[in-house]
Ligand binder design. Structure first.
Ligand code: FES
Length: 170
């Protein structure tokens, strides 16, 4: 199914097409990895809504990326509960071990680091969201273990892609 068809199918569940913008953006982001201007315009055109409405939503919510992001999008909560439980130190640690600043992506394209408002999981502060998963009660050791497992996962993905790629001459 094309992106156009998926968006049309999702939008059919909403009486007002403006309400379908969020699910449509999620579909478009899954398809393209991020949401550059032409993709936002395409989403607006598919739904038949004002382009500005689509731009507003895409730039307001941190779950949407208008710029390319790494394979793993690290969103560390820096709101009160997480801050009181050490989020500031975790951010410094992440910046040090990844060699980037908040808002940047590692040169290998693996990690994008950002901070976000309360993730609604204060009981497991400090919390970081990676993709769709929450990781809580974090400390330096857990952050290191998490980064190791994400790197290993990326290695497995690269291995599978390499194995399924045709050899030269095939
Ligand atoms: S303050 Fe971090 S999850 Fe609520």
């Amino acid at each position: 199914m094309t992106m156009h068809e998926k968006i049309k199918e999702a939008a059919a569940r909403y009486p007002d097409q403006r309400s379908a913008i969020m699910p449509a953006l999620l579909i478009a982001q899954r398809e393209h990895g991020h949401l550059p201007g032409p993709v936002l315009e395409e989403v607006a055109d598919i739904l038949g809504v004002e382009r500005i409405w689509v731009y507003e939503l895409a730039t307001f919510y941190t779950l949407f990326h208008t710029e390319p992001v790494g394979m793993f999008y690290l969103q560390l909560c820096d709101n009160v509960s997480c801050m009181l439980c050490g989020a500031e130190d975790l951010l410094k640690h992440l910046e040090t071990v990844l060699g980037i600043k908040k808002g940047d992506t590692t040169p290998d394209g693996l990690f994008t680091l950002s901070t976000v408002e309360c993730l609604g999981a204060c009981e497991m502060a400090p919390v970081m969201q990676v993709g769709d998963d929450y990781h809580g009660t974090l400390d330096i050791a857990r952050i290191n273990a998490l980064l190791d497992s994400l790197r290993a996962m990326a290695g497995r993905v690269a291995g599978v892609e390499h194995a399924s790629a045709p050899s030269p001459g095939e």
